[in-house]
Ligand binder design. Sequence first.
Ligand SMILES: [Zn+2]
Ligand SMILES: [Zn+2]
Length: 140
Amino acid sequence: MASPAPAPVRLPKNYQLILDIVQESGRGRHLTMNDVFAQTSARRPGIGYSTVYRGLVRLRELGMISEIVVPGAVSATYEPAAERHAHFRCTGCSAIEDVDYALPTRVLRRVADKSGFDIAAGTVTFEGLCRHCRAGVHTA
Ligand SMILES: [Zn+2]
Ligand SMILES: [Zn+2]
């Protein structure tokens, strides 16, 4: 049963708030679980850490947010679901930034042919120094 426009999912209030927070942060910001929890409890005092955690898991399952796990980063971060893009981690200040890049389909196909794997997607993470660290003037 494939319908062209999926029916809007009715989210529990707490989950909707979590979604709002991640969406309001906008693209390019990558919120950790702790960031999301701090902002959620600022708006809804008393909300439990595990509620926020379960909310993030659920929203990810629904494809509404993305969980970004960057090698070398201390924790996973969350961002609004967006077009596929790559990430950059600064080895100087640990900042994680978006990079407008996605592995071309033909590259995936070539890797699939070579390996015999059925490859659905691939993510790329770049590493190096961000503009601030490169310039040696870090203003966090
Ligand atoms: Zn940096
Ligand atoms: Zn991103």
